[in-house]
Design a protein around this ligand. Structure first.
Ligand SMILES: *[C@@H]1O[C@H](CO)[C@@H](O)[C@H](O)[C@H]1NC(C)=O
Ligand SMILES: *[C@@H]1O[C@H](CO)[C@@H](O)[C@H](O)[C@H]1NC(C)=O
Ligand SMILES: *[C@@H]1O[C@H](CO)[C@@H](O)[C@H](O)[C@H]1NC(C)=O
Length: 296
């Protein structure tokens, strides 16, 4: 009873907050990247917050991993069909679905950002292919997850991606854009963020790659990333069955972040694929945490 009033309150608050242009609470969940036949319907979704699925992955390469100059194709799990996207969004109006771009690898081939011969051609190809993908799959946004970069420091990554997001938003193809740096890629992502922060909604930093195993370590990592990006756009993250802090110590870390003055407006989890076998414990508990800590 109390809980359902609370959810309705949060739902109304998030509607109001969105209209006011502030951000409500958000849950981010990667899905479909690891070959597990996972479906949206299996994931517990609380209607009291915004729920963003990040489809892994849309890749600007052919099936053998050869670059296609900005032409993106979907490589996420085939259970995640256009109809299933439409259906989950209809059941839960608080759901948005984003295509995450690139990821670590395609099959055995490690993917990397390659400076295109002509940046404008890459941007134009990326814009049209993602526009078409967004239409087919009813997408709301993109997440940037390139994970390997040229050694030289003057890559055109920040320019190409920043201009792409700007154009997709300007033409109302997408409403949301997020970025997903990890501990070895903060350089190019800081450059992107510094140039284009107005069009970047959230930073899904992969804290599990910082590999801190205690709440105190997590706090130190968060303080560092908050100084590199914008603390109000930075989300704590958790890798199910993965690296970094594991188990309920993650929630101790979130409490410690709050005690140190950080507002926790969202959480990113990798991934639904792995949670399928444990009943989505961390997704449930993360949403409970976010709803518990709604302070108005
Ligand atoms: C980076 O700088 C090197 C050396 O000045 C230049 O040859 C290269 O074309 C530059 N690359 C980009 C993407 O600007
Ligand atoms: C798109 O860009 C044009 C030109 O800069 C600008 O006038 C317009 O307001 C922008 N539209 C949106 C929706 O951002
Ligand atoms: C949410 O609040 C309830 C009641 O105070 C508490 O029992 C529960 O542990 C909290 N959950 C999380 C994930 O913090």
């Amino acid at each position: 009873m109390v809980r359902s009033h609370h959810s309705i309150f949060c739902f109304l608050w998030s509607v109001l907050a969105n209209q006011l242009g502030c951000d409500g609470k958000v849950m981010m969940e990667y899905i479909g990247a690891t070959g597990v036949p996972v479906k949206f319907d299996s994931v517990p979704i609380d209607d009291g917050l915004d729920f963003h699925f990040l489809l892994g992955f849309a890749i600007d390469a052919d099936p053998s991993g050869n670059p296609r100059d900005g032409v993106f194709s979907p490589y996420w799990e085939s259970t995640l069909t256009p109809d299933s996207v439409a259906s989950i969004k209809q059941k839960h109006p608080n759901v948005k679905v984003l295509a995450s771009l690139s990821g670590w690898s395609l099959g055995p081939k490690v993917l990397r950002w390659r400076d295109p011969k002509d940046a404008e051609t890459w941007i134009s190809n990326a814009f049209s292919s993602l526009k078409s993908l967004a239409k087919t799959y009813h997408l709301d946004g993109i997440d940037i997850d390139y994970e390997n970069f040229p050694k030289h420091g003057n890559s055109s990554f920040a320019y190409c991606i920043g201009e792409l997001i700007t154009l997709l938003k300007n033409q109302s193809v997408i409403s949301t854009a997020t970025v997903a740096p990890y501990h070895l890629t903060t350089g190019p992502y800081i450059e992107l963020f510094n140039g284009y922060k107005d069009v970047i909604d959230y930073v899904n930093h992969q804290f599990y790659t910082d590999k801190f195993m205690t709440p105190k370590g997590y706090l130190e990592a968060f303080q560092l990333r908050a100084s590199q990006f914008d603390k109000d756009k930075l989300l704590p993250s958790y890798e199910v069955d993965g690296r970094g802090i594991q188990g309920d110590a993650f929630f101790d870390s979130l409490n410690l972040l709050q005690e140190n003055g950080f507002k926790i407006d969202g959480i990113m989890i990798f991934s639904a694929d792995r949670s399928l076998s444990d009943g989505f414990h961390y997704e449930r508990k993360s949403q409970e945490f976010l709803l518990n800590s709604t302070g108005v």
